[in-house]
Ligand binder design. Structure first.
Ligand code: G6P
Length: 372
């Protein structure tokens, strides 16, 4: 069993350390000889794809958070409105779907019943369907008009890690593919962004090489009863995914918030010693979002919160308000989620281990939920 885990104590730890390869392999072979992006299986004509005027992403759990990250990037690159719907909500909300809607399902297993039923429902309503899936020949890709496989390799640990990074990567490839197909300003950027994506595996490796302090913080926090996570823009779904990992692995109450929402309610939860992770957008993020999040850190620190800050290398503005700073390499703002989630995964892994829990098989959870 130890050999299967590649020398790591748990599948979860192995899979976290597999993440540079998961992203690298998902990016592999995506361009044809002419340098144009391609998908794996397309049974939708180019004409129909060009006519798409709405994208709905359907998924559950971690895959839905990958979809929420992707919404920001796909809308930015294609100007097509993207909605993210939990698969079990989509079916029963009388969804607005036409033959010009692309319903993108995201599923590691390709067997999640809620997601499968959403895809079938979308097809009945006349939508085009595309599956982003980690399992070749699974039911959801077989039911879909087009497929883009993530190449994360088999994921054994119940809580998803490497599939999440591969899903974000695949969604970005899809967004750039659609941008290229439709032409316009962002089509020219597709090659540039692909180049930036190719640099991410090495940056993830860098994050994985500097986790000792994160592990130490987690061990000190084994008795913690509640942790909050704040993020903004693409950092918002990362805050929610960070909270989900902590619930799943360490059974600790955790909640992810949009940082801008703090003053509209969650700030009432802040009292002395409350640990809060803050995912800080890089200083180059448009619209001054970096400064706004730094102000949030200042506000909650003034109310006694213990601020655990994830920030880019060289971002000194966070230092005066941070109890801890966890550094990630510089990257394009839309790509930063591939880095920022890694310390949060390791934090939950380490805390779960410190509590003596079964990291690979958390209580009450199944790897793939094949019932509705
Ligand atoms: C289960 C797993 C989660 C996973 C979700 C979606 O709830 O415990 O880790 O994110 O299903 O699974 P899928 O295979 O569709 O990505």
């Amino acid at each position: 069993a130890s050999a299967e885990k590649g020398g790591y104590d748990t599948f979860m730890e192995k899979e976290i350390f597999d993440q540079p390869d998961a992203v690298r392999d998902t990016l592999l072979g995506r361009t044809d000889e002419a340098g144009r992006l391609t998908l794996d299986e397309i049974r939708i004509s180019e004409e129909d794809l060009k006519a798409i005027d709405r994208i709905t992403i359907v998924a559950c759990g971690t895959a839905a958070y990958a979809g929420m990250v992707a919404k920001y990037a796909i809308e930015h690159w294609t100007r097509i409105p993207v909605e993210v719907s939990l698969a079990h909500e989509f079916r029963y909300c009388d969804p607005i779907v036409s033959e010009r809607t692309l319903v993108v399902s995201i599923s590691q297993s390709g067997e999640t019943m809620d997601t499968l039923m959403a895809v079938k429902h979308a097809k009945e309503l006349g939508a085009r369907t595309l599956s982003i899936c980690n399992t070749h020949g699974a039911t959801i890709p077989r039911e879909s008009d087009a497929v883009l496989y993530t190449h994360a390799g088999p994921e054994i640990a119940v809580a998803s890690t490497k599939a999440f990074l591969a899903q974000i990567t695949a969604c970005y490839i899809l967004g750039l593919y659609l941008a290229q197909l439709r032409g316009g300003t962002y089509a020219d950027d597709a090659a540039k962004v692909m180049g930036e994506l190719q640099e991410m595996p090495a940056k993830i490796e860098e994050v994985l090489g500097h986790l000792e302090r994160t592990r130490e913080i987690a061990r000190f926090m084994a008795d913690t009863r509640s942790v909050l996570f704040l993020g903004r823009n693409v950092g918002y779904p990362i805050a929610m995914e960070g909270a989900l990992k902590l619930k799943e692995l360490a059974y600790i109450h955790a909640e992810g918030f949009a940082a801008g929402e703090l003053k509209h309610g969650p700030i009432a939860l802040i009292d002395a010693g409350q640990p809060v992770f803050i995912v800080v957008p890089g200083p180059d993020t448009p619209h001054g979002l970096h400064g706004k999040v730094v102000s949030n850190i200042q506000e909650i620190r003034a109310r006694g919160a213990r601020t655990l800050v994830i920030a880019e290398e060289g971002d000194e503005a966070v230092v005066p308000f941070a109890d801890e700073v966890i550094r990630i390499p510089k990257s394009a703002p839309l790509l930063a989620p591939l880095l920022a989630i890694v310390p949060l995964q390791v934090f939950s892994l380490e805390l779960s281990t410190a509590k003596g829990l079964d990291v690979d098989q958390p209580r009450n959870l199944a790897k793939s939920v094949t019932v509705e």
